[in-house]
Design a protein around this ligand. Structure first.
Ligand code: AVJ
Ligand code: FE
Length: 420
């Protein structure tokens, strides 16, 4: 499926944003359910405020319609923890603000960079909203188009690996086309040989860690991770619970479900991912290793645009775009294999890396410092690959996500790496 032209994509993106919250009550949309997430209604009005700032005000030169709202919906001036204490626009007002701004958006013209920025911003907030909905256990599930669930191919635990030979590769987005500032400049680097997980770690495999005392073995945890785990009494991934007869189940957007042994584990922190890796004599991949495994074509000596080639993602290659409202069984998309044979590099679950979030050499903030620059060197860990909740337009193998290592609201799992 080719990416939609910008104007249609903006319309489609808005339909999707509204579909995520459509089935929820006003109270659920307006309340702050957990401190680390915004009230959903903050995301809605923030999407409108961002669009008005970049397209109506800065791009078209028109005045802001509601200058008094700017600070409340600026992510920096108003951090998540306090967003529940404000007199935010209510749901109807936020939706009216979205509509009012969209009516005043100018045509993209020939460049379209800012329109693309605004569209991807809305897409990214859609994923944040899905995190909030799942974490707060809100029902009913989002009213989005669903896809058929692929069968489990079997034979994948996440502990199988594929080899990536030593040698050069290219990291980062090409100089032309849309990319976030933190993906540039593209640069060559040289990596020693390594192995990387054929697929992400499955629930069945992670369960053996949970039940085998993985959360109690001090040597597998870093000092920081151990302190966090002890303080919050973490004993299993977020959303897991035992049912009445002791069987494990998992909270999903469709309600409680038996823990699916074949799906990638999701809602683990970087701390847990790292401890799991150590327990298996492995480690998390660095960002460069991850990207090389996802894109580097050894024969062509060139980076592919996507793991499988040049064509944008489709349903045969990756689980993106909300279609399953959860991960697919590991290895379910053989057509999405990367050059080294790794499966599921895009979609399903984000993958924690061992890398801290920094600018590449020669980084230039664009178009604003608060997108990436202010997060560099502040204890954030990078995640790669997107999840089932990422829109295909955002999910590229050069995209860099980041969060604190203790966070578990992200649809994030584990892919292992080993020195060769
Ligand atoms: C790239 C997902 C870390 O949510 O903080 C949204 C994306 N930036 N609005 C975030 C973003 C501004 C960002 N992440
Ligand atoms: Fe934002």
């Amino acid at each position: 499926m080719a990416a939609l032209p910008l104007t249609d994509a903006l319309t489609e993106g808005r339909e999707r944003t509204l579909a995520l919250v459509a089935p929820l009550s006003d109270a659920d949309v307006e309340r702050q359910h957990v401190e680390i997430m915004s009230p959903l209604v903050w995301d809605l009005a923030h999407i409108a405020a961002y669009e008005e700032l970049w397209l109506v005000h800065r791009h078209a030169g028109e005045p802001l319609s509601r200058p008094e709202l700017a600070a409340m919906y600026d992510a920096f001036e108003t951090p998540r923890a306090v967003r529940g204490d404000l007199r935010l626009l209510n749901r109807a007002e936020a939706v009216a603000y979205l509509e009012d701004v969209r009516r005043r958006v100018p045509d993209p013209g020939s460049d379209g960079f800012l329109h693309e920025l605004v569209l991807r911003h809305e897409h990214q907030h859609g994923e944040t909203m899905l995190q909030a909905i799942e974490l707060a256990r809100l029902t009913p599930p989002p009213a989005v188009p669903r896809r058929p669930r692929p069968a489990a191919p079997g034979g994948h635990t996440g502990l199988e690996s594929v080899a990536v030979p030593a040698g050069p590769c290219e990291i980062g987005a090409p100089a032309t086309g849309f990319a976030y500032d933190n993906e540039r400049p593209r640069h060559r680097t040289e990596l020693p040989a390594f192995r990387i997980g054929h697929t992400p770690i499955t629930n069945a495999t992670f369960l053996t860690f949970v039940e085998g005392g993985g959360y109690e073995r001090r040597p597998w945890w870093s000092d920081e991770a151990w302190a966090w785990k002890e303080q919050y009494d973490i004993t299993h991934p977020e959303g897991w619970a035992r049912g009445p007869t002791g069987e494990w189940r998992r909270w999903t957007l469709d309600g409680w479900a038996p823990l699916d042994p074949d799906e990638p584990v999701v809602h683990v922190s970087c701390f847990e991912a790292d401890a799991f890796a150590r327990a298996h004599g492995a480690r998390l991949p660095t960002e460069a290793e991850w990207e090389k495994a996802a894109t580097w074509d050894q024969e062509a000596q060139a980076a592919r645009r996507y793991p499988w080639g040049d064509e944008p993602p489709d349903e045969r290659r990756a689980n993106l775009d909300h279609g399953l409202l959860g991960p697919a069984p590991a290895g379910a998309y053989p057509a999405g294999a990367s050059p080294c044979g790794a499966l599921g590099m895009l979609g399903d679950v984000w993958e924690w890396t061992a890398s801290d979030f920094h600018g590449y050499d020669g980084f230039v903030a664009h178009p604003y410092r608060e997108y990436s620059d202010v997060f560099f060197g502040r204890d954030y860990k990078v995640l790669r690959g997107g999840s089932w909740a990422t829109r295909a337009r955002v999910a590229t193998p050069t995209f860099r996500n980041w969060d604190l290592p203790q966070r578990r609201q992200i649809f994030a799992g584990v892919r292992l790496a080993w020195d060769a």
